[in-house]
Design a protein around this ligand. Structure first.
Ligand code: PXP
Length: 246
């Protein structure tokens, strides 16, 4: 059980709501209605991924979220010149730098902070200079975390996708990797967030990690909201997170 008294924040990833709009190119679900509902439900941040292929979030959405977001805007993006330029113009509160492959269903794996060191550092420095808080989406890998201070990012988001896909003892081993990674990063003074594949069952153990500061969750919350509404979906998740911190 976590001993930390700091509140654990919930970033609501709205990509899957906007996926519904893009499936038919309708004006609905409307992005403004989306962020208003998500914030009214109690989410602490609006997370959205502007992908190179624009498969869900569009450029205009990013501008609208910047203008109307009352919590924090967390823009997920690849470390490309185009995205760095857009983020520098829009000035989200946070940028989470993610790896991106065109053919993937969703973000697979974390950033290669060793192989792509120069590219990620360049993006991070530009965004740091704009006072955007940069987070690196990485695997719970100590060797990668060790390089984060040299890159200059104050935050990491630990990829929980493998943990979410595993079961039993294998899942427990992956959880231990995440716990060790969180403690290691925290010792280096890096803020630790997590996300990907989190749901009503697997979130508790991640939320209970004392160094954890923010969870970014999308797919499960949107799927749950279909049946109970956005407000209840967020409240249920916040309840799981609060119980894990008791
Ligand atoms: N964090 C990051 C960096 C992501 O790329 C995603 C998926 O867009 C999420 C969190 C949310 O993952 P999920 O939709 O599985 O909850």
């Amino acid at each position: 059980m976590a001993t930390s008294s700091s509140p654990l924040l919930l970033g609501f990833n709205i990509d899957h709501i906007i996926n519904i709009r893009q499936a038919r190119f309708t004006p609905y679900p409307d992005v403004l209605e989306t962020i208003q509902a998500v914030e009214a439900a109690g989410a602490d941040a609006i997370t959205l991924h502007l992908r190179e292929d624009r498969r869900h979030i569009q450029d205009a959405d990013v501008y609208l979220v910047r203008e109307h977001c009352k919590t924090r805007m967390n823009l997920e993006m690849a470390a490309t010149e185009e995205m760095t330029r857009i983020a520098s113009e829009i000035l989200p509160d946070d940028v989470c730098v993610v790896p991106e492959k065109r053919e993937e269903l969703t973000t697979e794996g974390g950033l290669d902070v060793i192989g792509q060191f120069d590219r990620i550092q360049k993006t991070t420095l530009v965004l740091n200079n704009k006072n955007i808080r940069v987070s690196l989406f990485i695997e719970p890998n100590i060797e990668h975390i060790r390089r984060v201070p040299d890159i200059g990012a104050p935050v990491i988001e630990l990829h929980t996708g493998s943990y979410a896909n595993l079961e039993g003892a294998a899942q427990q081993r992956e959880l231990e990797r995440i716990e060790q990674a969180a403690a290691f990063a925290d010792d280096l003074g890096i803020q630790v967030n997590a996300g990907h594949g989190l749901d009503n069952k697997n979130t508790y153990a991640i939320a209970a990690i004392p160094q954890m500061k923010e969870l970014n969750i999308g797919h499960y919350l949107v799927a749950r909201a279909v049946f109970v509404g956005i407000e209840q979906a967020v409240q249920e998740m916040k309840q799981v997170m609060a119980e894990a911190r008791e």
